[in-house]
Ligand binder design. Structure first.
Ligand SMILES: Cc1cc2nc3c(=O)[nH]c(=O)nc-3n(C[C@H](O)[C@H](O)[C@H](O)COP(=O)(O)OP(=O)(O)OC[C@H]3O[C@@H](n4cnc5c(N)ncnc54)[C@H](O)[C@@H]3O)c2cc1C
Length: 375
C-alpha cells in the first residue's frame, strides 16, 4: 500500500486544484483549503504550452482546454513596426489534430480545473487556511482558521509566490527577487493576421500579442521600472498607451483599442527558485511557492502543473515519505531551474537589448526543445 493515503493541499490555485484532482483519480484522499472566499482569477488570458497541455491530459482536461482556447504552433518575433525577424516553431507533443500551444482566458482554465476537481470529489474549504502545522514524524497535525483540526500523511504548500507554508518550514529569508520590470496585459479584438503568439521589440520595452479566441487576443507589454512601479487605476489606460507609443503596424492598431481599465492587468514581477530540498519531513512545496519564473516563457503555470503530475505519480509508490519527496525534487529541480534561469536571461536582455550575445529566439528555441522531453 502507498505510504501516503490522505493529503492536505494548502492553496486552490492552478497547482492545488490539479494536484488534488490527480491524487483523487489515483485513489489517494486529498482536500483543499483556499484562503480566499471568492476564489476568483483575473479576467485576462494565459498561454498554455504544449508540455503543460500534455500534463493536463493526465487529468482528462486536454480536450476541454483545446476546445475553449485558441490553438497555435509558433512564436513570431518582430521589430517595432511588425516586420518579422525570427520564428520559434513550437514542438508538437500531443499528436494528430492537437495544437502545439493554446491561449485561453484564465477564468475558463480555472472553470475547467474546478469542474475536474468537483468530478473527482475533492472537498474544498473556501476562506480557510492553516494556523499551525505540527509534523509528528508519523503524520502531520494541522489546525485551521475555522477552528477545526486534522491529521494528514502529507501537507502540500501550493499557496503561490508568497507562500505561508514556505515561510513556516524554511523561514522568511526566501523571497522573490525584484527584476526591475512590470508586465501589462489588456484584452483587445484579435486582428485577423494574428494566429500565433507575437513579440515586438521596441526601443523602450517589449510588446506582444497572444490570441485566446477567434475574436479576442491580449496585448502584453513588459516595461522596465524603477522602485515599486505602482500606477493608479485611473492612469492605467493612459500609461499603457504611452508605453506603446513607439510601435507602428499591428501594435499601433491594438493600442487604439485599449480603452477599458477593467480589462487591463498591470503588475511588477519578481523571480525566485528555492534551492533543494523542497520538503521538510512530511511537508512539501509545489508551484510558484518554490519556482516563480518571470513571465517571458509563459511557463510558470506549466511547470506548476507538471509538479503535480509527477508528485501524484510518485505518491502511488510504497516507499518512505522521505524517499518519495527526495525523488520529487530530484525529478523537478533541473527542469524548473532551466525555466526560471532562461526566463531571467530573457528579462535581462529586454532591459539591455544591445548586450553582446543577446539571442532571445535562440534561448526560447533551446528552452522549448528541453521542455519537450518527458517529465
Ligand atoms: C503577469 C503574469 C503572466 C503569466 N502568464 C503565464 C502564462 O501565460 N502561462 C503560464 O504557464 N504561466 C504564466 N504565469 C505564471 C502563473 O500565473 C503561475 O506560475 C501560476 O499561477 C502558479 O500557480 P500556483 O497554483 O502555484 O500559484 P497561484 O496561482 O498563485 O495559486 C495559489 C493559491 O493559493 C491561495 N493561497 C495563498 N495563500 C494561501 C494560504 N495561506 N492558505 C490557503 N490558500 C492560500 C491563493 O489564493 C491561490 O488561490 C504568469 C504570471 C504572471 C505574474
Amino acid at each position: 500500500m502507498a505510504a501516503v493515503q490522505n493529503v492536505l493541499v494548502v492553496g486552490g490555485g492552478i497547482a492545488g486544484m490539479t494536484l488534488a484532482t490527480a491524487l483523487k483519480r489515483g485513489g489517494i484522499n486529498a482536500e483543499i483549503v483556499e484562503i480566499t472566499s471568492a476564489w476568483s482569477v483575473l479576467g485576462i488570458g494565459i498561454s498554455v504550452q504544449g508540455p503543460t497541455l500534455r500534463a493536463l491530459r493526465t487529468i482528462g482536461v486536454l480536450d476541454r482546454c483545446v476546445a475553449e482556447g485558441f490553438g497555435y504552433s509558433s512564436l513570431v518575433a518582430c521589430d517595432v513596426n511588425g516586420n518579422v525577424t525570427g520564428t520559434v516553431t513550437l514542438p508538437s507533443l500531443l499528436g494528430e489534430g492537437y495544437p502545439e500551444c493554446i491561449g485561453i482566458m484564465r477564468p475558463a482554465l480555472q472553470d475547467i480545473l474546478r469542474e475536474a476537481m468537483i468530478a473527482a470529489k475533492v472537498p474544498v474549504r473556501l476562506g480557510v487556511t492553516v494556523t499551525t502545522i505540527d509534523d509528528r514524524g508519523d503524520g502531520v497535525d494541522v489546525a485551521f482558521t475555522d477552528g477545526t483540526r486534522g491529521r494528514y500523511d502529507l501537507v502540500v504548500g501550493a499557496d503561490g509566490v508568497n507562500s505561508k507554508i514556505r515561510e513556516m518550514i524554511f523561514g522568511t529569508g526566501i523571497k522573490p527577487e525584484d527584476t526591475g520590470q512590470a508586465v501589462w496585459r489588456a484584452m483587445v479584438p484579435r486582428q485577423e493576421t494574428i494566429r500565433a503568439r507575437h513579440m515586438f521589440y521596441g526601443p523602450r520595452n517589449k510588446a506582444g500579442f497572444n490570441p485566446i479566441s477567434e475574436t479576442e487576443m491580449y496585448v502584453f507589454l513588459i516595461q522596465p521600472i524603477k522602485g515599486n512601479g505602482r500606477i493608479a487605476d485611473s492612469d492605467l489606460v493612459g500609461v499603457m498607451r504611452e508605453q506603446l507609443a513607439d510601435y507602428g503596424g499591428p501594435v499601433a492598431v491594438a493600442r487604439e483599442q485599449i480603452h477599458d481599465p477593467e480589462r487591463i492587468a498591470y503588475r511588477p514581477f519578481g523571480s525566485m527558485l528555492l534551492p533543494p530540498p523542497w520538503h521538510s519531513g512530511r511537508i512539501v512545496l509545489i508551484g510558484d511557492a518554490v519556482h516563480t519564473p518571470t513571465p517571458q516563457m509563459a511557463s510558470g503555470a506549466g511547470i506548476a502543473i507538471e509538479d503535480t503530475i509527477v508528485l501524484a505519480e510518485l505518491l502511488q509508490r510504497d516507499e518512505s515519505v522521505e524517499a518519495l519527496l527526495k525523488d520529487f525534487t530530484a525529478r523537478r529541480y533541473e527542469r524548473c531551474r532551466m525555466v526560471v534561469e532562461a526566463s531571467r536571461q530573457l528579462s535581462e536582455w529586454e532591459k539591455t537589448p544591445d548586450a553582446p550575445g543577446a539571442d532571445p529566439v535562440g534561448v526560447l528555441n533551446r528552452a522549448n526543445a528541453a521542455l519537450a522531453a518527458p517529465i
